[in-house]
Design a protein around this ligand. Structure first.
Ligand code: NAD
Length: 355
């Protein structure tokens, strides 16, 4: 039976980059007999314009019953001052929560052809291939209580709660260890167990999961501040980096920044086995370049590559697509963000030519 992919084009450059993915899918269909049921739905500002909400209940239901969801990006100046529940970004948080995608996979790969575009020296980043597994549904972004109180003297007190349960740590740790087995078999678990109770529990639970199920995988515990220094100093020492929502947010951006352009970086958010994954480029809707043909579509194309690998059970096609992207870059295909002159659709052409 063919699998179903739900496309959420979104706003700004979202539709421009997802169009290139649709072209890639057409080529895989025609040249490789790939069978895929592709659907689409409104999302973000486009959905607010059409039906008043950033994501409808019907779209959420369709996302939950698809095999994978691939989104472009949402947001833009038009909705920046809207009430919180009418903002495109709320649709995304709602979708992640409803799909219970608790493991955010963010690869940071430095393609050899682009090693000179990094802020680090070529020898430090050439060949870099590390993978963040960031917990996405818990921690300080969701913990209660949170708020801003007014104190008797009129000053204020703002607070958030960093909280993790055993189950929340276990389920994301399983994802990281299983992924490591398909890579270089190494996991670095990052927390602040020296000063935080939730960090201490994180270390204890990861240690136990490792002992019970994954003793064949090499595990090291690294304090998150030291990890930041190591990523900036010698990132290639890592393979899979497992961490919580907050540290993962910050450290994966650091790792992404050293690989070159934001237009290259894909991500996957996964839940329980057998449940659909949510795939998206890490960039936003880039209103400054929307409609100008300047968007690099590779982050979206590589997000689809992750969907082929993790949800659509076509690792063979994922390998093919990945190889095509590298070949296009090796032959000098560059959009403006990479110092080149190709427009969005010409970058799509370059990948398709290699396919
Ligand atoms: P952004 O990622 O949209 O843009 C940051 C910079 O990177 C801009 O200069 C942009 O031109 C450039 N850029 C981004 N993607 C690119 C690509 N594919 N090719 C070439 N250049 C690219 O971040 P922002 O400007 O902070 O946010 C714009 C809007 O996007 C906001 O409304 C924000 O809330 C939203 N946003 C959405 C998501 C999402 O949908 N997942 C993520 C981040 C930001």
């Amino acid at each position: 039976m063919s699998k179903t992919l739900l496309l959420l084009h979104g706003d700004g450059i979202g539709p421009e980059v997802i169009t290139q993915v649709e072209r890639v899918i057409d080529v895989l269909r025609v040249s490789y007999g790939f069978k895929l049921n592709v659907e689409s739905a409104l999302f973000g500002g486009a959905s607010i314009n059409a039906c008043g909400v950033p994501i409808s209940d019907e779209t959420i239901a369709r996302a939950k019953s698809a095999d994978a969801v691939l989104m472009g990006a949402v947001g833009g100046p038009k909705w920046a001052n809207a009430p919180r529940d009418k903002r495109p970004e709320m649709g995304l948080l709602n979708l992640r929560k409803e799909m219970v995608v608790f493991a955010n996979l963010r690869p940071a790969i430095c393609f050899d052809a682009l090693a000179d575009a990094s802020s680090l020296k070529r020898e430090l980043v050439a060949g870099l291939d590390i993978m963040f597994v960031r917990e996405l549904c818990g921690g300080v972004y969701f913990g209660q209580p949170r708020g801003i109180d007014v104190l008797p003297d009129g000053s204020k007190r703002g607070y958030d709660t960093q909280v993790y349960t055993t189950g929340e740590i276990e389920r994301v740790a399983h994802v990281a260890f299983e992924l490591a087995r398909k890579r270089k078999n190494r996991v670095a678990s990052l927390e602040k167990s020296n000063v935080m109770e939730s960090g201490l529990l994180w270390r204890q639970v990861v240690t136990q999961i490792h002992q019970d199920y994954y003793s064949d995988v090499a595990l090291e515990h690294v304090l998150a501040d030291n990890a930041a220094m190591q990523i900036a100093r010698a990132p290639k020492q890592f393979d899979v980096l497992l961490t919580d929502n907050l540290f993962g947010d910050v450290l994966s951006d650091l790792a992404a920044a050293i690989t070159g352009s934001i237009g290259l970086l894909p991500s996957a958010a996964l839940g329980e086995k057998g449940k659909p994954g949510l795939y998206e480029p890490i960039h936003g809707s880039a209103p400054d370049i929307a409609g100008k043909g300047l968007a690099n579509p590779l982050a979206a194309i590589l997000s689809f590559e992750m969907a082929l690998r993790n949800s659509l059970e076509r690792e063979d096609l994922a390998d093919l697509l990945y190889t095509a992207v590298i070949a296009a870059l090796n032959k000098g295909a560059r959009t403006k963000d990479l110092g080149g002159t190709l427009n969005t659709s010409q970058m799509g052409d370059a990948v398709i030519a290699e396919l």
